[in-house]
Design a protein around this ligand. Structure first.
Ligand code: UDX
Ligand code: UDX
Length: 451
């Protein structure tokens, strides 16, 4: 069976590599020539643990190939997986232009019956539209069917999440489509949930939006903890022993980012609204996240009065550890606000620097190490919980910074390890440690109009 994967972003490339790894013959198509050239050398264009090894191995053994020649690829295809992006439009709806552009290419070039599998996250009903479009546009007497097969991979663990998926969801409208996909996926040996197409599309949104809701919920609980003097880590731990609640996605912080939660919450909200229904829980999820994003910034403002001429160290730029992806990373708008205030930024991220330079090429300074970033800083913001950051010896803040004032958006440190240290430490939903301020406030005025 000839399998083609259209789009070699996180979803398409990981899907293609994993299908090849279990023994299928796969060709990945992308319009980006540079990307295809890199992959042909066995190099992954994205930072994703384990992916380079899979690419190298399966390209070498002939299971996996890459091309920009979509005409040739679709000509031979039995199955085409669509994994191109579905970015957010300014009104929150999903932009399906790439999906339909690929469908146009498929319709024009296929020469035999073909199953088109939509992996990209698409609004409910899109698979029906895609099938209609393909059937209207294919030439000759070719039979085209469409199936929905949403992905549930998280960046940083994408290969593992695909090879050892918690479940594989297949949305089909015919036995033929079901059999083809069951056949492709039986080699993965994972639970397979078969539904109709609309339910499969909805499973994806409901899953992502539920996880986003869980994060916004715990963030609100953290905000309440700060008010009432409780500790969110203890609260989450206490909750997690109830298996109905579980212990995942209960980490309070400065909100969710990434390529999925922000986009998928807005897309479902938009879609329901378009049908005259308001999903109140999702609306609140989005609002809470937007507010949470600037929590540290607000705290610093409240604290210093103004950030003008302050030296601000930033640890972590990516939306989460284990990836160089910056999509919807809270660091981006926060740094904008800091720059607008007149702060001087010295940022450090173990892998995100190159991508960040595309957004902020000149306005900020990049450090090669944590020490370099915090040296002589007036304050430090932690936006990503990289292991390297979590393993910092607290004393280096005291040694290197001008004033060891720490705003931690990812609760990287144990309060027991920090409570005796001479620092100011604000984290999310926990007691603020203010030994440094207590000690120095009487001696010196650090803050321009702050407390
Ligand atoms: C994915 C999914 O597709 C999206 O629906 C999901 O919700 C999140 O992740 P991602 O893999 O991250 O998107 O997309 P992106 O990194 O934008 O990669 C898409 C690739 O498709 C790019 O390499 C782009 O060059 C390619 N592409 C795009 C095509 O080959 N043809 C096109 O017409 C458009
Ligand atoms: C997510 C889903 O997990 C995945 O199943 C889906 O297919 C795509 O979207 P991803 O965006 O890669 O994956 O990352 P994820 O690990 O889910 O984290 C998303 C965001 O939520 C990050 O910004 C992370 O910092 C934040 N988060 C996560 C929290 O703030 N608290 C948590 O407890 C968990």
């Amino acid at each position: 069976m000839d399998i083609v994967v259209a789009g070699t972003g996180y979803v398409g490339l990981v899907t293609g590599a994993c299908l090849a790894e279990v023994g299928h013959k796969v060709i990945c198509v992308d319009v980006d020539e540079k990307k295809i050239g890199i992959m042909k050398k066995g190099i992954s264009p994205i930072y994703e643990p384990g992916l380079s090894d899979l690419l190298e191995k399966n390209y070498a053994n002939g299971n996996l190939d890459f091309t920009t020649d979509y005409e040739e690829a679709y000509r031979k295809a039995d199955v085409v997986f669509i994994g191109v992006g579905t970015p957010e439009r300014s009104d929150g709806s999903a932009n399906l232009d790439y999906v339909f552009s690929v469908c146009g290419q498929i319709a024009k070039n296929i020469t035999k019956d073909c199953l088109v599998v939509v992996k990209s996250t698409v609004p409910i009903g899109t698979n029906d539209r895609v099938e209609e479009f393909l059937r209207e546009n294919v030439e000759n007497n070719i039979q085209v069917e469409v199936a929905s097969n949403p992905e549930f991979l998280a960046q940083g663990t994408a290969v593992k999440d695909t090879l050892y998926a918690s479940r594989i969801v297949i949305g089909v409208e015919s036995e033929n489509a079901k059999n083809i996909l069951m056949n492709i996926y039986k080699r993965f040996n994972q639970p397979i949930v078969v539904t109709n197409r609309r339910s499969a599309e909805m499973i994806k949104y409901a899953s992502n939006d539920f996880l986003a809701l869980k994060i916004s919920f715990i963030n609100e609980m953290a905000n309440v903890c700060e008010i009432v003097g409780a500790d969110i880590e203890d609260v989450a731990k206490g909750m997690s022993y109830d298996s109905r609640i579980g212990n995942k996605f209960l980490n309070a912080g400065i909100g969710y980012g990434g390529s999925c939660f922000p986009k998928d919450t807005k897309a479902l909200h938009w879609l329901a609204n378009d049908h005259g229904y308001e999903v109140k829980t999702i609306k609140a999820t989005i609002e809470v996240n937007e507010n949470q994003k600037y929590k540290l910034f607000r705290k610093a403002k409240e604290f210093f009065g103004s950030l003008k001429n302050k030296r601000v160290a930033i640890l972590g730029l990516t939306f989460k550890p284990g990836t160089d992806d910056l999509r919807e990373a809270p660091s981006i708008p926060n740094i904008r606000r800091m720059l607008d205030e007149g702060a001087k930024i010295i940022a450090y991220d173990p892998v995100g620097e190159n991508n960040f330079k595309k957004i902020y090429p000149d306005e900020i300074t990049y450090a090669e190490s944590i020490e370099e970033s915090i040296k002589d800083a007036d304050m430090v913001f932690i936006f990503t919980e990289w292991e390297e950051v979590k393993n910092i010896d607290i004393d280096i803040f005291i040694k290197e910074m001008k004033t060891p004032i720490i705003f931690d958006g990812r609760n990287c440190f144990d309060l027991n390890d920090i409570c005796e240290k001479s620092v100011y430490y604000y984290s999310i939903g926990r007691k603020t440690i203010n030994n440094f301020i207590k000690k120095n406030l009487m001696k010196k005025n650090f803050f321009e109009g702050g407390n």
